[in-house]
Design a protein around this ligand. Structure first.
Ligand code: CP3
Length: 341
């Protein structure tokens, strides 16, 4: 059984297991070399040999306790016959954006799509990863993926996105359903290929009012979690409703996730007193503190360890590592945790 599965079964592991969101990425020189060899970011995602190599790079360098498969939550756009590109200074670009003319009968099933390259990468990574280390598979939650499909790219103005959802209720509901079904297939195939933990990223869940949150974040996630739990009882599911503040509690209650990824805006006393009774905590050192390092980082690690350490928990950041984070700070982060007693 891998270390995150043991934690999920209630085993206290001290010091806690460590992994870092976006642990494979541009702050690592060895990543940048493979990224260049691969050509584009998408070429890297779809090349199982390279993507499994970058999946394992942070494990080799830092001896982290879990690897997360190298891919992206937006690859699934291609299954809706949309074109996905990544441009260096822009990020993701999806064309065309969702229109009423989208033909949902032509959805490409996961097993017939390029997403199967991700399974090859999982298979390669699992074979090379030590058996006690976890391999995390993932998908984007339907709501977060949908924000990119509606806008065609990253947005800061979610009011337009939310208005679109309200003005196109039938299509919006259909899209959430299609993404839910695709995500269930995608995660199932990842588990079959060797992922032993699953994470659902809902980066933009924090922009919604309660009712929309329940309909667009909670309900689709609940459907995904229950389908996965029906088939794979032993596979822990991590939910990450980033920015959801007061709705973290209802998210845990309603979706049935096992592990809750905390963002760094949450108050740790609240997390300990309320959320830790309901799910295993993962988090939540701020990426800014990791970049800054020194006393600020040490204080935050100690605070996290003291507050969450009475129960089994997983230490991580509250969001992805920032790309100019010094590697020495990552080394210190791990050393401080592992030397703590
Ligand atoms: O190490 C890991 O965590 C695994 C790989 C991973 C990536 N993206 C690689 C990536 C994971 C789990 C993701 C998830 C993801 N992708 C999310 C949810 C988590 C979060 O960060 O909130 C989102 C919203 C995306 C969409 C996405 N991918 C954007 C908006 C961007 C551009 C912004 C950026 O950081 O450049 C990406 C690109 C991306 N995904 C990179 C990486 C390593 C950088 C691409 C590069 O190397 O050029």
């Amino acid at each position: 059984m891998t270390i995150l599965c043991e934690i999920n079964n209630g085993k206290k592991i001290w010091p806690p297991p460590i992994w870092i969101m976006r642990q494979a990425g541009r702050y690592l020189p060895e990543y940048n070399i493979i990224r260049k060899k691969a050509g584009s970011f998408l070429d890297l995602c779809y090349n199982p040999k390279y993507s499994s190599e970058v999946t394992l790079q942070p494990i080799k360098r830092f001896n982290l306790d879990a690897a997360i498969i190298f891919a992206d939550i937006l690859l699934i756009a291609e299954n809706l016959n949309l074109k996905l590109q990544f441009e260096d200074s822009v990020g993701p670009i999806i064309t065309p954006t969702i229109t009423n003319s989208l033909n949902l009968d032509k959805v490409i099933q996961v097993e017939n799509s390029r997403l199967m390259k991700v399974m090859d990468s999982i298979d390669l990574s699992r074979n090379l990863l030590e058996k006690e280390k976890s391999l995390i598979g993932f998908c984007g939650a339907p709501w977060t993926v949908l924000t990119y499909l509606i806008n065609g790219t990253s947005t800061r103005d979610f009011q337009d996105t939310i208005s679109w959802m309200h003005n196109n209720k039938t299509l919006a509901a259909e899209l959430l359903d299609v993404l839910t079904v695709l995500s269930i297939d995608y995660l199932s195939l990842q588990i079959e290929a060797g992922a032993d933990v699953i994470k659902i990223f809902d980066t933009w869940s924090g922009v919604l009012e309660r009712e929309d949150f329940l309909n667009w974040v909670v309900q689709p996630t609940k459907n995904i979690v229950s389908a996965i739990k029906n088939k794979y009882k032993a596979v822990p599911v991590i939910g990450f409703p980033k920015g959801a503040k007061d709705f973290y509690e209802v998210y845990i209650d309603e979706t049935g996730v096992d592990i809750i990824a905390l963002d760094h805006d949450l108050n740790r006393d609240f997390c300990r007193d309320t959320l830790q009774k309901k799910a295993i905590l993962q988090g939540n050192v701020s990426p800014e503190s990791l970049r800054t390092g020194g006393q600020q980082l040490e204080d935050e690690i100690f605070d996290t360890m003291e507050k969450f350490g009475k129960e089994p928990f997983i230490i991580n950041l509250g969001h992805g590592i920032i790309k100019d984070t010094p590697i020495t700070n990552v080394e210190n982060f791990i050393k401080i945790i592992r030397d703590y007693n």
